[in-house]
Design a protein. Structure first.
Length: 155
């Protein structure tokens, strides 16, 4: 009887460990790179670079400016929403729900230690939430491009 309870307890413990290991940690798909420039300089450089590559900028949001508009203060933080409608459409043809995460977004912000970061979600994470098996090559290209573009403007 004691052996049965020991095995049952072990099974419960192992199941708990497995469940924790399989739990999605949303922070793991965020890629962050420190920038040597200010938030504005980094975002200006990023916007200029993506436009030069033929990408469409849909919006640029200055969160600190918007906070000031409601008498609040926060560290500098901007988000740019951009993309390539051809690539996005290929993904949405597989699973239109991916529209929740498209167009792409890149954030540039100053943390509480004064460091400036450029960050974005790893496009490969879209495979976790959507049925986009036919769009995997697009995700590979987007991942490589985002890495190169964000590295270029942060150094």
């Amino acid at each position: 009887m004691k052996n049965y309870f020991t095995k049952a307890l072990l099974l419960v413990c192992l199941s708990s460990v497995a469940a924790i290991a399989l739990a999605k940690d949303v922070s793991t798909d965020i890629i962050k790179k420190e920038s040597v420039y200010t938030v504005k300089e980094t975002m200006d450089k990023f916007e200029s670079l993506i436009k030069s590559k033929g990408l469409t900028v849909f919006a640029r949001i200055d969160h600190a400016k918007n906070a000031a508009g409601v008498d609040m203060q926060m560290n500098d933080a901007e988000v740019i929403i951009f993309g390539n409608p051809k690539g996005g459409t290929l993904l949405m043809k597989n699973d239109v729900a991916v529209a929740l995460d498209l167009p792409l977004r890149v954030a540039v912000y100053k943390d509480n230690d004064g460091k400036v970061w450029i960050s974005y979600h790893n496009p490969q994470a879209l495979k976790t939430n959507y049925k986009i098996s036919k769009g995997v090559k697009v995700l590979d290209k987007v991942e490589g491009a985002l890495d190169k573009l964000t590295t270029a403007v942060s150094k």
